[in-house]
Design a protein around this ligand. Structure first.
Ligand code: GLC
Length: 624
């Protein structure tokens, strides 16, 4: 008598049937003509079922739980915290001791910055990975990692880690074999015998690190090849046109998923596909590959979400959340880079019209099965991703506005409150990016008196209230909750001195954290303010990321307005980007659904004077 199939196998078959239509057509379109295509498909099927077999039973239960609650990541209780393990807590076991601190703040999601084994020496902050199956030995072992992930799960905290898709370190085993002449290994990368092809590509490529890593190719005389190196010389771009790259990376991805990771941050995805005559960014194949990777996760580790890192212009960014035929099938999360850039732009100009224009014009009010990672600062620089078209819609010059923002945030512009550091000045394009901590860019470092310090505190809190209300998972960057300033000690480190992004990657100041409850110091006030924002967010379920986010025209340049259209009642979130009082007519508020005049953020009743709502400097209110 034939034995009945085991429920576990049946679940896998169901998952395969559900996601097969998202997977195979993508792979067929990309790799169908490859001589080894059939063998590749068979290998991939084996890899998927092997990963499912290896998946620990508690994670399979989590898979089911998330099938039942697919909106878990969109809920108002979600709040993220992003940090380098060593700078925050020394190592993995150190993190366990800091979980109470994070939970007190209201954190339900942590992003461990690159934690897989990097190359020795300068590793681009860990983004130059030599072994994807090993944890950085400085942080601990794979077993330590699994223990931490289990602890986090128990506490209801989701774990995000990086998976770098565009490149490996040149010390990765594939790269080492390639350098020794192994043909199959060479085919994992993009290598050329002569300079002609690289030169042809260079005609239209941009430079990511023009200062310290100019050009996109590196010549290695010892093995006679030109290697594609978009970022740094030690980061070799993978050849995604080779199905073996897809297969091997998928195996790695599923292996990481089975260690108990909830979110995979797919790094530098825009660069994965190369096409001659283009910038080789965000080509259609990138989205096909990302949809296929997503389908693989949905089959073998469905609890896991994909956060796609593409720091590009508004129109180019949205497809990472699945547009057109990829709707609902690509990234579950992507960074809202435009919101971040527009926050800083409006803070400098005290004028939210460009912000309103960009966010209202280019972004839909809702997404399918996806949401934004909203943030004000992260470990990277700020690039002024404002297009010439958007600037001219507001009768501004794109180049002039971008250059103004750099000058303003570097601190040199007359009247600027900010203190930042330039990053990767590109003489050819005039592009100047900016590094700096939230607090330093918001004016705290330069503050000469209590009033200026107070303005900085209010700017920081307004930024946090914005990312908490906009729709998405708000990500707090380590130290910002304590208003930590720029740290210039990176200049003394030979591995970091060339990279000003280290100015805003300080070691956690636990003395400040200890004093967080005193309510008097700047850092304590910021801490308590951020904690309060997250707490109010948690009890305001109408901020669920699935509810539409509508940007409104206020007719008052310094006031930015977002309406969150929950089915029960809309919330009108207002932000005053200037240091002056502003007023909004009661009629306008009522027209936009405000009936109770209750501010969900301060949890107080709001009173109008002469039928006007008065908003103090840097006010933020969430009106119901
Ligand atoms: C991403 C990371 C950045 C890194 C780059 C190359 O953009 O955020 O820090 O330098 O990828 O891996």
């Amino acid at each position: 008598m034939a034995r009945a199939p085991k429920p576990d196998d049946q679940i896998f078959q169901l998952r395969m049937a559900r996601s097969a239509p998202d997977l195979w057509p993508m792979l067929e379109a990309i790799y169908g003509d490859h001589p080894g295509y059939d063998a590749f498909c068979a290998d991939l099927k084996d890899a998927l079922s092997a990963a499912w077999k290896d998946r620990p039973s508690d994670l399979k239960l989590l898979d089911l739980q998330r099938d039942l609650e697919p909106d878990w990541f969109q809920r108002a209780n979600m709040a993220g915290y992003v940090f380098y393990l060593d700078r925050f807590a020394g190592n993995l076991t150190g993190v366990l001791e800091k979980l109470d601190y994070l939970q007190e703040l209201g954190i339900t999601y942590v992003h461990f910055m690159p934690c897989l084994q990097p190359r020795p020496g300068d590793s681009d902050g860990g983004y130059s990975v030599m072994d994807y199956r090993n944890i950085n030995p400085a942080y601990g072992t794979l077993d330590d990692f699994k223990a931490v992930s289990a602890q986090l799960r128990q506490r209801g905290i989701s774990l995000c880690i990086d998976l770098v898709l565009n490149h490996t370190a040149k010390e990765h085993d594939w790269a080492k074999r390639a350098a020794q002449g192994d043909r199959a290994a060479q085919d994992m990368y993009l290598m050329f015998d002569s300079r002609d092809v690289p030169q042809a590509y260079e005609q239209t490529l941009v430079e990511v690190f023009p200062d310290n890593a100019p050009g996109n190719f590196t010549h290695y005389p010892d093995f006679g090849k030109w290697v594609w190196t978009t970022f740094n010389e030690h980061q070799w771009d993978l050849n995604w046109a080779n199905p073996q790259v897809f297969l091997e990376i998928t195996k790695i991805m599923l292996h990481l998923a089975n260690t108990g990771v909830d979110v995979l941050r797919l790094d530098a995805v825009a660069f994965m596909w190369k096409r001659l005559g283009t910038r080789c960014q965000s080509e259609p194949e990138v989205h096909m590959l990302l949809q296929a990777l997503r389908a693989c996760s949905r089959i073998a580790s469905p609890a896991v979400l994909h956060l796609e890192e593409a720091i590009v212009s508004p129109q180019e960014m949205l497809p990472y959340l699945g547009r057109g035929k990829h709707d609902g099938r690509e990234g579950n999360l992507a960074y809202h880079n435009s919101l971040m850039v527009q926050f800083w732009s409006a803070l400098a100009t005290r004028d939210t019209r460009l912000m309103t224009h960009v966010l209202a014009t280019h972004f839909p009010d809702r997404l399918t099965n996806a949401t934004y990672a909203t943030y004000i600062r992260c470990h990277d620089d700020i690039g002024w991703a404002i297009t010439d078209e958007d600037a001219s819609a507001l009768t501004m010059s794109g180049p002039a506005h971008r250059s103004y923002l750099s000058d303003f945030y570097e601190g040199g512009f007359p009247g600027s409150f900010a203190q930042g550091v330039l990053f990767q000045v590109n003489e050819a394009t005039g592009d100047k990016r900016i590094s700096g901590s939230f607090a330093s860019l918001a004016g705290l470092e330069k503050a000469r008196n209590p009033d200026e310090a107070e303005a900085a505190v209010q700017r920081i809190l307004m930024g946090h209230a914005l990312i908490a209300a906009f729709g998405g998972i708000p990500l707090i960057y380590m130290g910002d909750e304590l208003a930590m300033l720029n740290d210039y000690s990176y200049l003394d480190s030979p591995d970091h001195a060339h990279d000003s992004r280290w100015v805003h990657r300080p070691a956690m100041d636990w003395a400040l954290a200890e004093a967080r409850h005193n309510g008097e110091t700047t850092s304590s006030r910021v801490y308590l303010g951020v904690k309060h924002i997250l707490q109010r967010r948690r009890v305001t379920p109408d901020l669920h990321a699935g509810h539409p986010t509508k940007i409104l025209q206020t007719g008052r340049d310094p006031i930015f307005a977002v309406q969150r259209q929950a089915p029960t009642a809309a919330i009108l979130c207002l932000f005053n980007f200037s240091e002056h009082w502003q007023h909004l007519p009661g009629g306008w508020l009522r027209d936009h659904g405000v009936t109770r005049f209750h501010d969900a953020l301060s949890d107080t009743q709001v009173h109008l004077h002469d039928d006007q709502l008065a908003l103090p400097p840097f006010a933020r209110v969430w009106l119901t």
